[in-house]
Design a protein around this ligand. Sequence first.
Ligand SMILES: NC(=O)c1ccc[n+]([C@@H]2O[C@H](COP(=O)([O-])OP(=O)(O)OC[C@H]3O[C@@H](n4cnc5c(N)ncnc54)[C@H](OP(=O)(O)O)[C@@H]3O)[C@@H](O)[C@H]2O)c1
Length: 279
Amino acid sequence: MINKIAILGGGGLLAYSIEKVFEKKYDVFPFSHYELDITDRDSFYMLDDYDAVINTAAFKDVDKCESEQDKAFKVNADAPGELAGYCKRKDKLLVHISTDYVFDGNKDGKYGEDEETNPVNIYGESKIEGEKRIISETDKSIIIRVAWLFGKGKLNFVDQLIRELLNDKTIRLVSDKWGNPTYTDTVSRALMKLMEIGGTGIYHVVNEGCTTRYDMAVYIKKMLDIKSGKIVPVSKENVKYHAVRPIYTCLSTKKYTEVTGEKLKDWREVIKDYINGIL
Ligand SMILES: NC(=O)c1ccc[n+]([C@@H]2O[C@H](COP(=O)([O-])OP(=O)(O)OC[C@H]3O[C@@H](n4cnc5c(N)ncnc54)[C@H](OP(=O)(O)O)[C@@H]3O)[C@@H](O)[C@H]2O)c1
């Protein structure tokens, strides 16, 4: 029976939503990075009183992961592995958040959970290693792969876009790289559902609809009828990143629907919910 839930990476974008959604039904406590560093296993005793641990903490700066590889593997792989070992010993459920970047993005179609992973950068490599370490330590775990998050609690792509358009800026966005824009509240609710039905293993939890940052921005500008600002499409070839990015990482949520009987909403629908909530 799960009553008390610890959220690691408190202060982060997804953690904010998980706290708000879960606190209506559970006794939740978010631990900030300062309060509990997941790379310090001596601090795990602070989790002794909790029935479940949700780990949203990550080193997720994709470019910095290339130059700080040791840190990437320490935070995204070693620490989740240690945490899984701790949860196994103490008989706690571990929920861990992973990413669409575990795939190489070369497929012509959506990725299912069982498809071969093949990350193209250190961030993706460290995240898939984290998944593997957890699975090898404990069966009592849920790993959720998410993508392109937006939501309340922390400045994100959608907020920045609206702000820049209102300031009459010209924004250049990549129009040949695809993913699933995903509302953090969708992830939190889906996660609660999976926990309540006793789901374990890996699940893709993203909003339906595969798009580019450019098309996403054009949709938002039109939806809000913002006349100022300009959105210009650019090819990924013209954007200089330190890390290579996968091109097409749209995820299939078929498994989630089969297991829960629920369909996840299209990103265009939830973006309206989000924007109505912040305006
Ligand atoms: N955002 C996305 O679009 C996206 C896409 C795919 C997957 N994900 C995954 O989703 C999860 C949540 O992402 P998010 O967007 O909510 O990230 P976020 O806003 O950056 O939150 C992550 C939090 O983890 C904390 N943290 C970093 N290192 C830590 C450590 N060693 N110990 C404890 N806390 C630590 C960070 O604190 P500091 O700021 O102090 O470092 C931050 O508050 C991550 O696993 C990420 O890989 C996110």
